[in-house]
Ligand binder design. Sequence first.
Ligand SMILES: Nc1ncnc2c1ncn2[C@@H]1O[C@H](COP(=O)(O)OP(=O)(O)OP(=O)(O)O)[C@@H](O)[C@H]1O
Ligand SMILES: [Mg+2]
Length: 501
Amino acid sequence: MAMMWEMLNLGSTMGTLMLVYTVCKQFLPRQLQLYFEKYFKKIVSFIYPYVEITFDEFTGERLKRSEAYSAIRTYLGDKSSASAKRLKANVVKDSQSVVLTMDYNEEVTDEFEGVKVWWSAKRTLPSTQRISWYPDDDEKRSYKLTVHKRHRELITQSYVSHVMKEGKEIATKNRQRKLFSNNPSQNWYGYRRSKWSNVAFEHPATFDTLAMDAKLKEEIKNDLIKFSTAKDYYARIGKAWKRGYLLYGPPGTGKSSMIAAMANLLDYDVYDLELTAVKENAELRRLLLDTSSKSIVVIEDIDCSVDLTGQREKKKTEKGGNDEEQSDPITKKVKEDEKKENKVTLSGLLNCIDGLWSSCGGERIIVFTTNYVEKLDPALIRRGRMDKHIELSYCCFDAFKVFAKNYLEIDSHSLFAEIETLLGETKMTPADVAENLMPKSDYDEVETCLKRLIEALKEAREKAEDEARLMAEKEEEEVKQKPEKEQCVKEVKENGVTVSH
Ligand SMILES: Nc1ncnc2c1ncn2[C@@H]1O[C@H](COP(=O)(O)OP(=O)(O)OP(=O)(O)O)[C@@H](O)[C@H]1O
Ligand SMILES: [Mg+2]
């Protein structure tokens, strides 16, 4: 019997049965219809001794994508690539490989411990046509597993977990890392819309291409590797498996490049959290809860994203602050509106970091970057929240050597000594050093590039010296004018004369 069912297409057989059912129901007299319906199920289960299990794409009021569905899709993609006639292809892993998935209404057979099962992919489109900005909103997708009822136990107890496990393993093997960015909250709701949008993460920066002090680089690499393998350690000491990094330094010193290098080293996804698009603390919490493990959550330019100087501002206002600013109604209104627009507060952010990490899955790194570390509230960057503070600064000789090796493929040169001296005398960001060192045409020789950098360093040194001279002159002038000013103020006080400027 089973052989016969195998030879027939299960889907079309059921289709035929349903057709018979509909036709009979229409043409049978009313009295007989009731009997027919009553016995139809029994007849079907007798002729069709199979169990069907459906795995829908979405669970929990369609807000969460089902893990089982994803795992089955990957598993069947692998299985069906040899037998199915219609497949869908997705390019993964830096465009190097293609992953196939079963197309809709396609069926594949699988075997488990000698038992045959049938899988089919289904898509249900909305029954009524309607105009919508989101045409796919009502589309439902699922996989259907069909198996003989005498194998029900084996399939539900062992086969399904086998499929899940294999599917997850294949997914890990083909994993294309992603860069996520948060969507504004008005796009969060409805079928298949989500809090984060993503693209493939393909940043080429690694710790080998990162130009910085060699010792510090090694220390950071070791710290990251230790963290990623310390699951048991964190469990033993009773701490959530997370680590916070604060990267600070002037623009163009490699903060963003370091985040990319971290993600590439650990094979983590990156969640680039734009705080200015988050309306309130509750939204921030939901966003963070929707991140996956093995990920780096990044908040760039943290000093610009949230009013971290709130407490100090408040104190200033209490003392009287800037009278002009306070009395100006337009400035006041703009400030009020700004506050309404962005209600993420420092305490909200702190609660999210601590609350999130201690309450849900681990293996997450949070990175803050800033150009002005002194502006940040100490509560935000205290150890335990931001465990490691890393200063990325102007280009040192170690960093230059990395650039020379990567950009010009040299380890030493007679001009290196001069460059070392100049780097010690002036401040140039790694971004500027890289730009000067990069060959500008196919005919640019190594020496040309090094000499261009030397010229740029000399220019920067002269500019810095000029600026220092000007500053010194200005200070001298101020010192000279001080006694005169003091005398003037004294006279005004004594004589009660109003001086207008
Ligand atoms: N330490 C570095 N090592 C290698 N490349 C660097 C380094 N610093 C800067 N660069 C180069 O300069 C460019 C700018 O660097 P990056 O974006 O990482 O700087 P940043 O510190 O994040 O700057 P900002 O504060 O403006 O965001 C990068 O494309 C990179 O090629
Ligand atoms: Mg940056």
